[in-house]
Design a protein around this ligand. Structure first.
Ligand code: C6P
Length: 418
């Protein structure tokens, strides 16, 4: 039995049938079949998501929470149904703990600007990790500058795993928040977040998890994890861009001031005083991305139908296949070899700049990302300016990995190192 067969069996679904759900995959680029391996940047959208958005604009379009008329009732119901679906999908305790935001970036900024500005003061400490995406670094730097709090960083080892002994040393009476990526977008490392959260809580600190690269690829149970805040983006979960979720525990969200002022987030307004709406609306000022929210609901349905466990199992098989294949290429070095890894392959090739690799691959119809992946400190850690990154999804196949490998041999040919 070859690896592809093993992968299909592990997943219990037919990849070719799944691929047919994604119209964008069925095209050629520079005369070659598209091989889309940039899923960590954004994932492609199944027909069910596209149809849900089209239906909203063609049949139900109205603003939400504002009208007694039929269209407004329908669009409100569909939008709010997504909140219920996300709650179920991630096993949050209450629907009101699901706050719609633009994406992971806005979710983290919401916490830093509301919880952070209210609670942090001179001498307090925030712990993050050496493999964070910029969106879990820069917002904390803003609030540190404003309040006098200090950022501490858990180092990573050569494999790209967090050094937990160092984390233990950083935790102390000044730690107020541990904000950690669930899965590294640059390396694929799956962090032991449950353990990290337990340790933070034992030290009396709160926790925030950046789940951007986790939610699309593995089961996430918010109650079991016990994270205080958890953020993810819809567009990486096969949903639309412009919509994402910040989860927060009710008691924390209740005690936080609003993020933005405007319509929908108020209960009463006079020129003298404004009172705020209940959760989650207190944090949702203005007309939201209604179509995006409805599309996200369709994406959650789609992923639930396939089964997030099956998705994870299949992607893991693909990762093993791809890792083995890339390791055979002379001069190629994989950056990020954690024992627990999501299906992300970052690599460098001796003497060839990642942008050149990306360009040659693009001419073979293969889409990868090259650069620092919005994780410059990770590149610094490995003393490299950039990597080439192939990030996989459940609709990728072993044949596409073979195409990537052939493309990389083409790169070596073009840049003539043998
Ligand atoms: N990473 C990538 O190519 P937004 O842009 O808000 O949807 O997600 C930000 C973000 C936060 N955390 C992690 C771990 C991420 O991977 C990302 C987005 C993309 O890796 C685009 S930079």
């Amino acid at each position: 039995m070859n690896t592809l067969d093993r992968a299909v069996i592990a997943a219990g679904f037919d990849v070719e049938r799944v691929r047919a759900d994604f119209p964008v995959l069925n095209q050629t680029i520079h005369g070659k079949p598209l091989v889309y391996l940039d899923n960590a940047a954004t994932a492609q959208k199944p027909r069910a998501v596209i149809d849900a958005i089209v239906k909203f604009y063609e049949v139900d379009c109205a603003n939400i929470h504002r009208g007694v008329h039929e269209l407004s009732q329908r669009s409100t119901a569909a939008y709010e149904e997504t909140r219920a679906k996300v709650r179920r999908f991630l096993n949050a305790r209450h629907k009101q703990e699901i706050i719609f935001v633009r994406g992971t970036t806005e979710g983290i900024n919401l916490v830093t600007q509301t919880w952070g500005r209210t609670h942090l003061k001179q001498g307090d400490e925030i712990i993050i990790a050496g493999l964070e995406h910029h969106s879990n670094i820069v917002p904390w730097q803003f609030v540190c500058e404003e309040t006098g709090a200090r950022l501490r960083v858990i180092p990573i080892d050569e494999r790209g795993e967090l050094i937990l002994e160092e984390y233990e040393k950083l935790l102390g009476p000044h730690t107020r928040m541990v904000a950690i990526g669930h899965v590294s977008n640059a390396l694929g490392t799956i962090n032991p977040v449950a353990r990290i959260i337990r340790m933070a809580h034992a030290a009396g600190a709160l926790t925030l998890v950046d789940g951007a690269q986790a939610v699309p690829h593995m089961p996430v149970d918010l109650q079991a994890l016990d994270a205080d805040f958890y953020a993810f983006s819809g567009h990486k979960l096969y949903g639309p861009t412009g919509i994402g979720v910040l989860y927060g525990k009710t008691e924390l969200l209740d005690a936080m001031p609003p993020y933005q002022g405007g319509g929908d987030m108020i209960r009463t307004v006079t020129f003298e005083k404004t009172t705020y709406n209940d959760l989650p609306y207190k944090f949702e000022a203005g007309t939201p991305d209604i179509a995006g929210g409805i599309g996200l609901g369709a994406a959650v349905d789609y992923v639930t139908r396939l089964g997030i466990d099956k998705i994870g199992a299949y992607e893991h098989e693909l990762l093993l296949y791809a890792t083995e294949a890339l390791e055979q290429i002379p001069g190629l070095r994989i950056i990020g070899t954690a024992r627990e890894k999501a299906a992300v392959l970052s690599f460098v090739m001796e003497g060839i700049h990642p942008h050149d690799i990306g360009t040659v691959l693009d001419h073979q119809g293969i889409a990868v990302r090259t650069g620092h992946h919005c994780a410059q400190p990770v590149m610094d850690r490995y003393h490299i300016p950039a990597t080439t990154r192939a990030s996989l999804a459940f609709y990728n196949t072993a044949a596409e990995i073979d195409a990537l490998v052939a493309g990389l041999y083409k790169v070596k040919e073009v840049f003539g190192d043998d």
